[in-house]
Design a protein around this ligand. Structure first.
Ligand code: ADP
Ligand code: MG
Length: 411
């Protein structure tokens, strides 16, 4: 069956909520997924239900509909708000639109007016999202340089598994999926990629590239500074000592990644955990930003803050949430995480201290040395979805997080 338009009703008067729900109950393409009696309740519910359309009353005690709409456009941007108000409130119309409402219904309205508005708003929003996906695809397909996909692996908190995932993802995409892959260690001060792959940054690293960047880099010369790992991937390592990191400019990094993507089908960038111009430059040119988090309050909190900034910067559409060590549920469940950040988790990776630490200490990625383990299979699945799943990504963006979804429901 086709997707039913998921609607949430917000009104402080319970009869109005019931009346609207009853009216919409007759429509086969519309489903009322929730109701709320106040602005605050609306925000909380919308974060976990992620409805397509929210019917919002303007006059409510405590938080009014306009304030709630303003917050919702930041926190649940995919939900389109239809404001409902009584006649003669012209100023409200202007303020509602400024707050981010997509439609304005003047009470009393007929059932036809109501359903027509819902359908119109929904199809307009869907068209917008579809167009954005097509534009992105066309841009890639028509790019004369056949630039490869850039995947930034980022987290706003250290120690959550970025490097582990970046390295194994890059190796899996090459060894299992046959892709031409370059891995960049953009943790310029304390990069760990060399350790995980048993490579030496004194042989070749980003440090050698810096003087060349000043004079304008010859695209071919980048190859001279990347090492080839036994798995077949090319690796651009961070400089061997932290002070050299200062020589690397944001523009230089962008330039290097732009050149590397012309030589690869996939460029995986292991990012540092702090927000600076270099990171913004990388996020800017990335096609996908894998945002890694774990089931810890600090990680969840920082992820939520990052997602807010990412939304303002217009990166929301390229973010994919990766929950690492997803089975270490010390009181926090996946559903709690999704509820707290108002977004669904796209991928989960199990915790496997034995396989991960053994691989780390030997300098051989676990997707090679321990291919059959669950953690390897999880990373492989992630690689497959990134390398082969552009279309499904656009589709996924419309889906709401499922309440009570089990940890590995996507398997
Ligand atoms: N899925 C996992 N299972 C078990 N241990 C993990 C897993 N992912 C990462 N680790 C461990 O967590 C620590 C931090 O990982 P790392 O990749 O260095 O994080 P980051 O790059 O985000 O700082 C390392 O000791 C690593 O071995
Ligand atoms: Mg790291």
């Amino acid at each position: 069956m086709a997707h039913r338009i998921q609607v949430m009703i917000v009104d402080d008067i319970s009869e109005t909520r019931d009346h609207l729900a009853k009216l919409l109950g007759f429509e086969s393409d519309i489903e009322v997924v929730g109701t709320a009696a106040s602005g605050a309740e609306a925000i909380e519910q919308a974060a976990s239900l992620v409805p397509d359309v929210i019917l919002m009353d303007i006059n409510m005690p405590d938080m009014d509909g306009i304030t709630a709409t303003e917050r919702l456009s930041a926190q649940v941007p995919s939900a389109a708000v239809v404001m409902m108000s009584v006649q003669g409130e012209a100023d409200y119309l202007r303020r509602s639109m400024l707050a981010g409402a997509r439609e304005f219904l003047v009470k009393p309205f007929s059932s036809d007016e109501l359903t027509a508005s819902i359908r119109q708003v929904y199809s307009r929003e869907k068209d917008k999202a579809d167009r954005a996906a097509v534009v992105a695809q066309v841009a890639r397909a028509s790019d004369p340089t056949h630039a490869g996909q850039v995947v930034a692996v980022f987290s706003p908190k250290g120690g959550v598994g970025r490097t582990t995932i970046a390295v194994n993802l890059a190796v899996a995409a090459a060894s299992e999926l046959g892709k031409k892959v370059t891995l960049v260690d953009a943790s310029f001060q304390f990069g760990d990629v060399a350790v995980l792959l048993n490579l030496n940054p004194k042989d070749k690293s980003m440090a050698e590239l810096v003087p060349e960047l000043e004079q304008g880099l010859d695209p071919e010369s980048v190859e001279k500074f990347t090492l080839t790992h036994s798995s077949g991937i090319r690796v651009l390592l961070a400089p061997p000592s932290p002070e050299m990191a200062e020589l690397i400019t944001p523009a230089g990094v962008k330039h290097v990644i732009d050149i590397l993507r012309q030589h690869s089908e996939l460029v995986v960038v292991d990012c540092a955990a702090w927000f600076n111009d270099t990171l913004l430059g990388i996020l800017d040119l990335a096609d996908v930003v894998l945002t890694v988090l774990t089931l810890e309050i600090t990680s969840i909190k920082n992820t939520r803050l990052f997602l807010e900034v990412a939304d303002q910067l217009g990166y929301s559409h390229k973010i994919r949430l990766v929950l690492n060590r997803a089975d270490t549920t010390l009181g926090i469940r996946v559903a709690d995480v999704e509820h707290s950040i108002g977004r669904k988790v796209d991928h989960t990776i199990v915790s496997d201290g034995r396989a991960v630490v053994y691989a780390l200490n030997r300098g051989v990625p676990f997707v090679l040395s321990n291919r059959e383990s669950q953690v390897s299979q999880d990373v492989l699945r992630l690689a497959t979805s990134i390398v082969g799943g552009q279309e499904s990504r656009a589709e996924d963006a419309h889906k709401a997080p499922q309440k009570g979804k089990s940890l590995f429901a996507w398997r």
